[in-house]
Design a binder for this molecule. Structure first.
Ligand code: APR
Length: 243
């Protein structure tokens, strides 16, 4: 409890906060991580054949069906109490939300302008890079389950997410870095801290003077740089911090 009070104090005294989230913040909404979702029909596939440019080139239909199934599962889920607490925090203090998740739950919980470092599964973009980007629903309506074509140039459309081996959006990254440099407090929620470059953001915030708070049920790679570690589930801890 003393730790909770300490973090409430930190948040109270902060003029800028950055919230950095990963798959764990969606666990209580029932969204499995990418690897945990490789079950049933998908258990014979590797992440490399479903979430790489090479995998898409080899079998666009397979990759499109995988993302359609992920989207369908995500649409059944609702933002949990952690998401709502983060949105509430934004209404009290200048808070930038930076997420590694592609499920769009921060936006669905009403968060203002979340930075989606790894993209968003409900958007698509042109695989050939003509610059088209749009809502996946419009494409799926044409012929569900078949990889649709880019409405601008007729190449394949692909999910607007960052696949393994791909670079992050420079705009998203620059905004995330700026938020980390400016923050007094950085809440790190539901991430193992293993996947770079995203996992380097809390260290950047710390080197710029922020207090780091790590929230999650298990030890993470980022615990070492934390001023406070709150061991628990995001959906239980966050409402206590922002009540
Ligand atoms: N509340 C908070 N944290 C939780 C909860 C919960 N209810 N349940 C699990 N966790 C923690 C786990 O203990 C783990 O530390 O969430 C973390 C999830 O770690 P990862 O599965 O490695 O997810 P993440 O850090 O987001 O992965 C980063 O890797 O798969 C790629 O691109 C994908 O964005 C993803 C990136």
């Amino acid at each position: 409890m003393a730790d909770i009070d300490r973090v409430r104090e930190l948040l109270h005294g902060a003029s800028k906060v950055v919230v950095f989230t990963g798959a764990g913040v969606s666990a209580e909404s029932g969204i499995p991580t990418f690897r945990d979702a490789l079950t049933g029909l998908w258990s014979n596939y590797e992440a490399e054949s479903l979430a790489t440019e090479a995998g898409f080139t080899a079998d666009p239909s397979l990759v499109w069906r995988w993302y359609a199934s992920r989207r369908a599962a995500i649409r059944q889920c609702e933002p949990n109490a952690a998401y709502h607490a983060i949105t509430r925090l934004q209404s009290r203090v200048d808070t930038t939300v930076v997420t590694q998740n592609v499920d769009g739950l921060h936006a669905r919980a009403g968060a203002k302008d979340p930075i989606e470092l790894h993209g968003n599964i409900v958007r698509a973009r042109c695989f050939a890079g003509c610059g088209w980007r749009g809502d996946v629903d419009a494409l799926e309506a044409v012929d569900p389950g078949v990889p649709p074509h880019c409405p601008r140039c007729d190449a394949h459309a692909r999910p607007d997410v960052v696949w393994f081996g791909e670079r992050l959006s420079e705009v998203a990254w620059a905004r995330a870095e700026a938020a980390c440099r400016a923050a007094d407090v950085c809440l790190v929620i539901g991430t193992s801290g293993l996947v770079h470059p995203a996992a380097g953001l809390p260290a950047l915030a710390r080197s710029a003077g922020a207090s780091i708070v790590v929230i999650g049920p298990e030890a993470t790679r980022l615990d070492d740089i934390a001023e406070v570690v709150l061991r628990g589930r995001a959906g239980e801890v966050l409402p206590l911090l922002v009540s």
